[in-house]
Design a protein. Structure first.
Length: 179
């Protein structure tokens, strides 16, 4: 991930002289916006504003499964269905009409590990990546959570043994009285 990020030049700054400068990218950098503003985005996409996909995996019910379904759900429309101009038929999208044309096609991106170059595999990769962009620190949080649970378990055992030791002496010093 780091090597991939470093291959992009990112505008940063200002420096000590107040000038903006270019630097190699970092994994924490945001992707640059493909359009300068919302109007340009709508003009390029047939009047529809593309959503921010960096959090779509967390925003939609089903998360990565929803993304995978939308990416693989492009089909020919049924003969009896009327489509709005500029819309595409998608079995997974609510209403089955989506403004985004099919973004994936077989054989477009080569894999270095001989994985088949299919829409299905591309959709799996895209949905996994978008889940990562939604929560890039998820694995570290899970590891920390496991460590905390183990610590609390060991701490509870130590406290139980300490309680037993303390109350054992108290009971010997003050035996119960009968009334």
């Amino acid at each position: 991930m780091k090597a991939l990020a470093e291959s992009a030049q990112v505008t940063d700054g200002p420096n000590d002289k107040g000038e903006m400068f270019k630097r190699p990218g970092r994994p924490s950098d945001r992707f640059p916006a493909p359009f300068p503003n919302e109007e340009a985005a709508r003009a390029a996409n047939g009047g529809s504003h593309p959503p921010d996909l960096s959090v779509i995996a967390k925003a939609r019910e089903g998360g990565p499964d929803y993304i995978y379904s939308v990416l693989t759900g492009y089909k020919d429309k049924p003969g009896d269905m009327e489509m709005a101009p500029g819309m595409h038929y998608n079995t997974a999208f609510p209403g089955h009409q989506i403004a985004m044309p099919p973004p994936l096609a077989d054989g477009v991106v080569p894999y270095t590990d001989d994985t088949e170059q299919t829409v299905d595999n591309y959709a799996k990769d895209v949905s996994a990546f978008l889940m990562w962009t939604a929560e890039p620190k998820l694995e570290q949080r899970h590891m920390l959570g496991h460590r905390v649970i183990i610590f609390l378990f060991v701490f509870a055992i130590i406290m139980f043994l300490a309680k037993k030791a303390v109350w054992k002496r108290v009971n010997k010093d003050h035996p119960p009285t009968e009334a």
